[in-house]
Design a binder for this molecule. Structure first.
Ligand code: FPP
Length: 243
């Protein structure tokens, strides 16, 4: 929940932001779940659970603000190196998140869901759930949410290169190459947000981030909220106005 002061600042920011010029595609690196939990004497899994709740809020805020695309880094290719219990817990949360109840809510709100990354490494049941939410929300025309799972930007570029070479095309342009990436149907993100004070891309959307504005906050992902989201939009617009 937002504190009283943050609520006031949020209201002020709401008037300062040009809502006709907010980014159409925002990508978020939801970092710091583990630290958020450890600092509170909780198991890391509690941080992931809290992170999932914030993620859900931010999806619906993005819908309310009429963003076109939201890409969320939920599970990187590096995350497999974590203890098995933690990996299983995060995958369990992903499974939980793509249940019938949520599919119903996505459809009610015209939200389309997609997964980017190599999903073949997940169990058949998890892949089935992912395919089911993709198929069930495919006709929606509002916000598209891309969950990046088993995603790594370098792996994506190699995958695209193999596909383009296999096709034997001579027409290798930036535009053509983009058609072989997982984000084929999306424009590049104008804004990439990373929480937890880390200031790296860590392989996230390496190709697509070429022209993106990067915005960092020291807050851990479970402490992210609508006010910080507005702050990111505001600073994004300040930079664009200066350019
Ligand atoms: C980074 O924090 C977060 C993750 C690796 C997992 C993100 C997952 C969720 C927000 C919830 C599940 C997602 C879906 C799609 C339902 P960290 O563990 O790296 O934190 P640390 O840097 O403090 O260790």
């Amino acid at each position: 929940m937002l504190s009283f002061t943050k609520e006031l600042k949020k209201r002020r920011l709401r008037h300062l932001i040009n809502w006709d010029a907010i980014p159409k595609h925002v990508a978020i690196m939801m970092d710091g779940n583990g630290r958020w939990a450890t600092r509170r004497g909780l198991p890391r899994t509690a941080g992931h659970f809290a992170g999932m709740k914030v993620m859900e809020d931010i999806i619906y805020v993005s819908h309310k603000l009429k963003l076109h695309y939201l890409t969320l880094y939920a599970f990187s290719t590096e995350n497999w190196k974590r203890p098995a219990v933690e990996v299983e817990y995060i995958i369990g949360l992903i499974n939980q998140f793509v249940t019938e109840i949520n599919i119903h809510r996505f459809n009610e709100n015209n939200i389309k869901v997609n997964f980017i990354g190599d999903i073949s490494r997940f169990s058949e049941d998890t892949q089935q759930l992912m395919r089911s939410v993709i198929d069930s929300t495919n006709g929606n025309t509002g916000l598209t949410v891309n969950f990046a799972v088993n995603y790594g930007g370098r792996a994506e570029i190699i995958h695209a290169t193999r596909a383009i070479v296999a096709k034997g095309t001579d027409n290798i342009t930036i535009e053509e190459f983009g058609k072989y990436l997982h984000t084929v149907d999306c424009p590049s993100p104008e804004l990439i947000i990373r929480t937890s004070g880390e200031k790296r891309l860590s392989g996230f959307l390496l190709w697509q981030a070429a022209q993106s504005e990067l915005w960092f906050t020291d807050e851990m992902w479970p402490s992210f909220n609508e006010y910080l989201y507005y702050q990111a939009f505001y600073e994004y617009q300040q930079r664009k106005n200066r350019a």
